[in-house]
Design a protein around this ligand. Structure first.
Ligand SMILES: C=C(O[C@@H]1C=C(C(=O)O)C=C[C@H]1O)C(=O)O
Length: 339
């Protein structure tokens, strides 16, 4: 799927610590943007914000952006979550939620040694595995390098149109399940639909909610409602209010952020934030998930799931593994296939 020249561009940008992004919208061919290199860029502007919305309004990469490589990015977190710790934290969160109600999205990490990994090859295989997602690999000195394939639209508006589209995507089960969605997943999903509807109201958008559907991602599927409405205001104002939704944080938001701060030992950084592009087709923002933060030394995959008072740590552990199994396998099978 990636041409030879795009693969060599990815590896040379990573080697030279050059700010760049290679991305593909669902069912689109990959495009690239290299900071300061209009001739190598597809003409769009790529943007990034982290989970805590601290990268500004947001960080952008375009062919005419300045190229800085004097700043050293943070090294990826390098400690995989151990099941016993995970179980203890989830049990504490579940006990809190039994008293207060609500939902918290709890994440874990799968980390490893990155020496010998050919990241352009990993990108090629991961992009090919999930053609119906927004796929991205980028490097900036502020964020370091990230690779992901996101099924989750945060917000989209096509060029020349005044309608915005988003989705409430939450609730996970096996892709071959023929059973009806259970109460736990429906409850987890409804929190997201309600939150997005409230944020749309705050922005003066009348939310129109489509019937529920299943969205597939590898070996899992999610419960999804597509939500849209008329909005001619500033795109970034809207996404900064929306992010992070309860698909990545929880409700009430302040309680969920407190749980995350207290129970997750790792920094989320860009995981759970958003990334996207403004191009000739429109404005496209996706949630950064099913992703890995990497450097020449380490990689750190992030995977999370919504916890409610009904959650069971074993099931959550399996769910989070299933969400990133393909990415993990591709990375592990390319160790020692290095360039
Ligand atoms: C948090 C993640 O995924 C989110 C959480 C989901 C869930 O809890 O069921 C489903 C889809 C995503 O909105 C992740 O993949 O890391």
């Amino acid at each position: 799927m990636l041409s030879r020249s795009l693969k060599s561009l990815i590896n040379s940008c990573l080697d030279d610590k050059r700010t760049f992004a290679v991305y593909a919208l669902p069912y689109h061919t990959p495009a690239c943007i290299v900071a300061g290199e209009n001739s190598l860029s597809s003409g769009g502007t790529f943007f990034i914000n982290d989970f805590n919305n601290t990268l500004g309004n947001p960080l952008t990469i375009s062919g005419c952006s300045q190229h800085h490589n004097e700043v050293e990015p943070p090294e990826p977190y390098n400690c995989s979550t151990v099941y016993e710790d995970y179980k203890r934290h989830i049990t504490d969160i579940v006990n809190d939620l039994k008293k207060t109600g609500g939902k918290t999205v709890y994440s874990r990490t799968l980390c490893g040694d990155a020496s010998g990994i050919d990241w352009a090859e990993v990108t090629d295989r991961y992009f090919s595995a999930f053609p119906d997602t927004f796929r991205f690999i980028y490097y900036t000195p502020v964020t370091g390098a990230w690779l992901g394939a996101s099924p989750e639209i945060l917000l989209e508006r096509k060029s020349g149109e005044s309608r915005v589209y988003t989705m409430s995507l939450a609730g996970t089960t096996s892709n071959d399940s023929t059973e009806n969605w259970d109460e736990k997943n429906i409850k987890e999903h409804d929190f997201v639909t309600r939150y997005i509807t409230d944020v749309f109201n705050q922005l003066g958008i009348k939310a129109e909610i489509s019937p529920a559907e299943d969205v597939y991602f590898g070996t899992v599927k999610h419960l999804c409602n597509r939500i849209s409405g008329e909005y001619t205001g500033d795109f970034f104002t809207a996404i900064n209010v929306l992010s992070p939704t309860p698909a990545l944080a929880g409700v009430p938001l302040s309680d969920a952020l407190e749980h995350i701060g207290l129970h997750e030992p790792h920094p989320r950084r860009c995981y759970g934030g958003y990334t996207g592009v403004i191009d000739s087709e429109g404005e496209h923002a996706y949630v950064n998930l099913r992703s890995v933060h990497f450097s020449p030394k380490y990689f750190c995959i992030y995977a999370g799931g919504g916890i409610t008072s009904d959650s069971n740590p074993d099931d959550e552990w399996t769910e989070t593994r299933n969400k990133v199994q393909k990415l993990h396998n591709i990375i592990l099978s390319s160790v020692n296939n290095g360039r």
